[in-house]
Design a protein around this ligand. Sequence first.
Ligand code: GLN
Length: 234
Amino acid sequence: RICVGVLALQGGFHEHLSLLHQAAQHLKSLPADFSFTQVRTSEQLAACDALIIPGGESTTISLIAAQTDLLQNLRDFVKVQKKPTWGTCAGFILLSQRANATKKGGQELIGGLDVCVHRNHFGRQIESFEADLDLPFIPSSSEKEGERRPFRGVFIRAPVVEEVLGGDSVEVLATLENRVDRMRAGQSQAQTRGGSGDIIAARQGNVLGMSFHPELTQDARIHQWWLSEVVARR
Ligand code: GLN
């Protein structure tokens, strides 16, 4: 049995858990049985084989985790035990080695992904946007052979990778070049947010980060893919 935890200090943990359950339904053929659980303490973390850190507010999450030994144990989970860990938005920031300081100052990070992220890259809350993404790593739609259904990327005060520090060991999984709605809507680059080179998904070994919020969609394909990666890494 594989125990997958979702860090439940703040942010979209309920949403991640519901998509994990949905994804597991699709993975019935995998030779694995999953249990999903909320993680608020170091004891709960110790029971997990893999972890999701949700979107929300990274400073808040790290301040809460630092009140106990949880922050240190998260670092150990990711960097020493090297268990599969996936962060979305604020979770991505926390898993980065560095985040550029904002006016209000920085926060303590977990690290593990050798990148420097730029927090709130696209601006403030009001500048949030959604974009259709073509993500080559998720299972293609079964509806039509060979045709991939785009994934709706929800970007809310989203970070992007400003600098890859880790060289070849960091895999770029998607940039805004994977955005497919721009041309479809006939919009120019200037009318849509972000430069096409902006890195919005990256992986280094056991650590995965994404700028957007799959947990705020009803689409479990990324969760499905990640769970099968978790099984494969066992
Ligand atoms: N920009 C936020 C932060 O710094 C993350 C936003 C989000 O997770 N939607 O934590």
